[in-house]
Design a protein around this ligand. Structure first.
Ligand SMILES: [Zn+2]
Length: 740
């Protein structure tokens, strides 16, 4: 390519031409054909290798993901899902005392739990099944490749023939993995082959045959009959152990196509095949000539009954007939259980629901059953609410209690008697404005955690400038609310941080949100405190992060759970209604462990707690009506604009509890005093709180108790006239006051 260089063209010197040979056309054609053939071969080899590799990976993938199918009786027959609660009177020293008691059960009515041991099935009946369905059962390793191959050939020729062994059929019946069409059908078949080979490695032939006779289907065109015991009951009104040769062969005869070959609806077809099965049994020596003669006679006299009522087995009904509706707590448990199954199996919520309701799970819930029942009762008692609510059926309320490890203990989602199972759950599904209850979690805690404020830091009670309408015109925002109503009552005075919170003034949180940015606060709520209902964009704004003016709102349980960080050293545990969930074979679906996120420092946690105690103990604190006699309470009230939502969240040493009241629609609550909500909380939870195991919170070493000057908010010097007690991080102590 050096012809062109610097734009000039060099003339190439003519070269000597090599001598040309003319080729015979046939040679040319042969060459072309040869080249084409070789290329074709190469393509085939390469494509083949790629295909083979892909196929290997594909199959190995199956081998990997389809390792075990459990054939154990308790797994296969399980048709109930049981829920338990912790026995409040459990005594670990008493052997009779049970730690977990039955709470609620889901039962699959279609699936009867009947299982017989192989010992109860006569030998000749076992032989009949093997003869009819899988002659080489005792010699193959799960898959009969001779039959599989023959089945493939037959299928290609247009005949239908099952190539499945007893092992494969058992797996198909247990897993309900029975897609037959298209590529899904092929995948299913490959999966089944691997499962069959694995099952044969784990179980004996007798184990497999026992599972088989218990799960195989004997149904008619209109009735589901599963397992040999039910079949013997239904067709012959006998226990399986009482079947004679012909009856056993009759049942074996129908397995190929139960609806078409069953002795009740198609007696002649059944009879034909029954006799074929008997002949086979005689051929291979499992039935002697004498026995065959008897069997044939029995076949002549075969009496088929078809009685759906006959049962040789006492049904073990572990779930009471009438359990009534689920309670509020159980509804939330079931919702969570469905989510856990969907997560574990990678399936939809609908499929997960199907699995849960089909049975096979034991679920240990976190409910405190006494507290749950107590609060259900109290919530229905109108006198626990204010006078203005007595006759107001439409006024709704929700109550939630969580412990400091994230276990939900109480969920009551209505003031009225619950009507129906699995209905809308206010506590776990409702999305309502938290009002000022958002202040501790969205602004004060993250600000204190980053040392933007201290307990007694003086903050100017004045608004910030915001562009509220995004129209470029800034306005002063927000106004403060007071118990005397709404007004732009900025005092323009310096007020210590704890008092800003205790009086629930809006100016301080607005300034803190501005300092940190609304997006920071928004992310803090989502990532550190697991709040899930915030809306991207619209909720990361001043109104949302300062006063809880959110697009939808919060689930009460998430609001209450977020406050756990103020009583446990700043840890955020996952919130749960389930402490342990297992499949009947012991496979753990979920276990609530000690895992947590450190949302804020332990010192921040304790100082926030002390600040919120002031909302209760201060003469003007907004939560003062909730005050307790014996137990320390750190709390916050919250009112949404226009008195549409009233919230209260309280941290006592053992629990975090919260109440919300409001209407379904956007309607003002008829009270002039939002602080009433403290009194309502006290009516509902006061006696429980007074009787808690602990009565105060533990102060961490990282906090120091010091006197501060009420004029400067700094550490008091000897010259300061007015002082009070404050709580400070060891690592961030204000300077000494120098103004006296
Ligand atoms: Zn001073």
């Amino acid at each position: 390519m050096d012809e062109k260089r610097n734009g000039s063209v060099k003339r190439r010197r003519p070269q000597a031409q090599p001598k040309k040979y003319r080729q015979h056309p046939a040679v040319t054609i042969l060459k072309v054909v040869g080249t084409l053939f070789l290329s074709g071969l190469m393509i085939i080899v390469i494509t083949g290798s790629i295909f083979a590799t892909a196929l290997t990976i594909y199959i190995l993938n199956f081998a990997d993901t389809t390792t075990t199918v459990n054939l154990d009786e308790e797994v296969v027959t399980s048709n109930v899902t049981r829920f338990f609660y912790r026995n409040p009177d459990f005594d670990p020293d008493d052997e009779e005392s049970e730690e977990w008691l039955f709470y609620y059960g889901l039962k699959n009515q279609q699936r009867k739990a009947v299982w017989v041991d192989l010992k109860q099935v006569p030998d000749y009946a076992q032989d009949a099944f093997v003869c009819a369905e899988d002659e080489r059962f005792y010699t193959h390793d799960g898959v009969d490749f001779k039959r599989t191959l023959s089945a493939i050939v037959q299928t290609l020729l247009g005949y239908k023939q099952g190539g499945s062994t007893i092992t494969q059929q058992t797996i198909k019946n247990i897993t309900k993995d029975n897609e037959t069409d298209g590529s899904e059908g092929v995948e299913r078949k490959i999966r089944e082959i691997f499962r069959a080979i694995n099952v044969e490695k784990v179980y004996t032939k007798d184990d497999i045959l026992e599972a088989y006779v218990n799960v195989v289907e004997f149904g008619t065109s209109s009735m589901e009959i599963v397992g040999v015991e039910q079949a013997a009951n239904y067709y012959f009104c006998k226990d399986v152990s009482e079947l004679n040769y012909a009856e056993a062969a009759s049942l074996a005869a129908m397995l190929k196509a139960p609806a078409d070959l069953n002795p009740l609806e198609n007696p002649e077809d059944n009879d034909d095949r029954l006799r074929y099965v008997l002949r086979q049994m005689n051929d291979n020596g499992t039935l002697s000539d004498d026995e065959w003669d008897i069997a044939k006679k029995q076949a002549d006299e075969l009496e088929v009954i078809g009685d759906p009522e006959f049962s040789s087995i006492e049904e073990d009904n572990e779930i009471p007939e009438d359990q009534g509706d689920t309670d509020w707590f159980m509804d939330a448990v079931i919702n969570q259980a469905e989510e856990l199954i969907a997560d574990q199996k990678g399936i939809s919520i609908e499929d997960a629901r199907q699995r849960l309701y089909s049975g096979g799970y034991d679920v240990y819930t976190t409910v405190d059953i006494n507290m749950q029942r107590d609060l259900e009762k109290k919530m229905r008692d109108a006198s626990n609410f204010q006078e203005w609510s007595f006759d107001d059926d439409k006024l709704m309320a929700g109550f939630c209690v969580v412990d400091y490890q994230g276990n939900v203990l109480v969920n009551v989602s209505s003031r009225n008697k619950k009507k129906g199972s699995r209905i809308f759950n206010l506590v776990s599904q409702g999305e309502r404005s938290p009002g000022s209850c958002i202040k501790p979690i969205a602004s004060y805690a993250p600000a204190l955690d980053q040392d933007l404020i201290t307990y007694s830091q003086m903050i100017l009670d004045s608004p910030i400038n915001v562009d509220a309408d995004s129209d470029g015109i800034e306005e002063k925002w927000p106004v403060n609310y007071s118990e005397f109503g709404e007004s732009a009552n900025w005092s323009n005075a310096y007020i210590p941080a704890w008092q800003m919170l205790a009086l629930s003034l809006n100016t301080a949180p607005a300034q803190l949100v501005q300092q940190m940015t609304p997006t920071y606060c928004y992310n803090f709520l989502r990532e550190k405190l697991d709040i899930t209902t915030l809306v991207d964009g619209t909720d990361s704004d001043y109104s949302g992060m300062t006063v809880g003016g959110l697009t939808h709102g919060l689930h009460l349980q998430e609001l209450v759970a977020a406050y756990t960080i103020f009583g446990n050293g700043g840890r955020k545990y996952p919130t749960t209604y389930i402490s342990l969930m297992e499949e009947v074979d012991g496979t753990v679906v979920y276990e609530h462990t000690d895992g947590y996120k450190q949302a804020i420092n332990d010192s921040t946690s304790y100082i926030m707690n002390k600040m919120m105690q002031k909302a209760v103990t201060d003469a003007n604190g907004t939560a003062r009506y909730a005050r307790l006699k014996n137990t320390v309470l750190a709390a916050k009230t919250g009112t949404s604009s226009d008195w549409v939502d009233l919230n209260f969240v309280g941290c006592t040493p053992d629990y975090v509890s919260g109440v919300w009241i409001g209407y379904e629609e956007w309607k003002k609550i008829p009270t002039s005093d939002y602080q009433n909500i403290g009194e309502i909380w006290h009516n509902l939870f006061g006696d429980i709180a007074e009787n808690e195991t602990h009565h105060d919170f533990q102060m961490p070493d990282s906090v120091e108790v010091l006197k501060y000057c009420t004029r400067s908010g700094e550490i008091a010097s000897n010259f300061c006239g007015s002082t009070d007690i404050g709580y400070y991080k060891e690592s961030f102590i204000p300077q000494y006051c120098n103004i006296g």
